[in-house]
Design a protein. Structure first.
Length: 70
């Protein structure tokens, strides 16, 4: 992972509402991962959509880990 290529994105924790900054590595392509909230430590499901042509981050969405509707 090249730290110079990480793109910061602010997201809101679906548990406590705190704004968290995630560092996105667009070179990995579109992925789903789990990140812990920086405040309440709850697991957030993170879906990252990346444009395959130019590695542009198109969207970052977070959901509760216990949600079954995503």
């Amino acid at each position: 992972m090249n730290e110079e290529l990480l793109e910061p994105r602010d997201v809101q924790c679906p548990y406590c509402g705190t704004m968290c900054t995630l560092l996105i590595d667009a070179s990995q392509g579109s992925i789903s991962t789990v990140e812990d909230c920086q405040r309440c430590c709850s697991p957030m499901q993170v879906a990252i959509e990346v444009d395959a042509l130019d590695d542009t981050v198109l969207s970052v969405t977070v959901h509760r880990d216990d949600a079954s509707d995503w």
